[in-house]
Design a binder for this molecule. Structure first.
Ligand SMILES: [Zn+2]
Length: 356
């Protein structure tokens, strides 16, 4: 079934993990044999051929770069300009993939419709470019509001103002506190440019403030629920209700610590914690129970988002295994129409509204 994944850090993997995503995952992992600089070496699950194999023809792909003020212990750049430069390198990689015929940027209704026609025709996926909608995870790299305009020009269509910790525009996961004047100005400019607000990673204070101030289109690209794993990175039922009222679609994520409670990074294993793809369905099902329908969920796997096979469902070898989901949803009693909505229809309806 044609599938959309609303959150993949592809350029980060290419440039910070040094992964040639044109290759099959097995080759990428083989090349990493012996490397110990990151915990997920040899445990990649994502590459462009695997996406084709899994019929995942459209993804939301990120630029990501953090600024850290003195005293902030998180990894990051010491100035916004350096963070901007990193995102421009990431953009250069996406452009190189376009030149190589491996990817294609989707940024309006016309390009979306053309791409869908290509991916839903009968021919083999082997030579089809992966469509990508460009998104920015954490807005620290937007040096000034004028940079957002530049970014829109090169195709940026969604922004999550926050990531982890304190941000220049909004505080994120594990942080607290409302947005400053710059954060509110960013939201205003996003609304003006019709850039989608990604509510993922906003801390609770910033989340509710953003809901009050932003009148544009809102999604949550990769987010699970607090009712099942109680952490500030997850959505409370009240947040889910608000997002549903705003017409949002929420993408279920496959990072194990967000799926099963009491995950200990570096110690827990997917097998010992019984972390399977079905757990993501539990999170998504919780959202459907609140909504009373299946119209507000999709997939935003975040696979290879600084974790690999050591920290994702053990019944997933590569991202192509997302194709196991339709039959799993069916077993849970979801109808064929529900399943099509979840695998692609809800994101497409959202984009149709946002870009009309
Ligand atoms: Zn994230």
């Amino acid at each position: 079934m044609f599938t959309i994944d609303a959150h993949l850090d592809l350029s980060m993997n290419a440039l910070e993990w040094n992964r040639d995503l044109k290759l099959p995952v097995a080759e990428i992992n083989k090349r990493e044999d012996g490397l110990t600089d990151k915990p997920d070496r040899c445990k990649a699950t994502v590459s462009l051929p695997e996406l084709r194999k899994g019929n995942i023809g459209l993804v939301v792909a990120t630029q990501i770069a953090r600024y850290v003020a003195p005293g902030n212990p998180l990894p990051g750049w010491h100035s916004p300009e350096q963070a901007w430069a990193q995102t421009q390198g990431q953009l250069a990689w996406y452009k190189a993939m376009e030149e190589a015929g491996e990817m294609i940027q989707i940024n309006d209704i016309a390009s979306l419709e053309k791409h869908l026609a290509l991916w839903t025709n009968e021919s083999s996926n082997d030579n089809k470019p992966i469509g990508y909608i460009l998104s920015l995870e954490g807005a620290d790299s937007i040096v000034t509001i004028n940079h957002l305009e530049k970014a829109y020009q090169y195709g940026l269509r969604a922004v999550g103002p926050a990531h982890y910790g304190p941000g220049r525009y909004a505080n994120g996961t594990d942080a607290t506190g409302k947005m400053n004047a710059n954060g509110l100005a960013l939201l205003k400019k996003m609304e003006e440019l019709n850039i989608i607000l990604d509510a993922t990673h906003l801390c609770d204070d910033a989340f509710w403030q953003a809901m009050d101030h932003f009148n544009g289109h809102i999604w949550a690209s990769h987010n699970n629920v607090r009712a099942l794993v109680n952490h500030n990175r997850q959505f409370s039922d009240e947040q889910i209700k608000e997002l549903i009222n705003r017409g949002a679609v929420i993408g279920g994520a496959l990072d194990a610590w967000m799926m099963v409670p009491n995950w200990v990074r570096g110690q827990s294993t997917p097998q010992s914690m019984n972390c399977t793809l079905e757990i993501m369905i539990d999170h998504l099902d919780h959202i459907c129970q609140i909504a009373g329908n299946t119209l507000h969920i999709g997939i935003g796997s975040d696979l290879d988002g600084a974790f690999g096979k050591e920290q994702c469902p053990y019944d997933l070898e590569t991202i192509a295994d997302l194709q196991k989901l339709p039959s799993m949803f069916e077993k849970k009693g979801y109808s064929p129409a529900d399943i099509e909505n979840i695998m692609h229809g809800n994101w497409l309806r959202f984009l149709g509204n946002a870009w009309k």
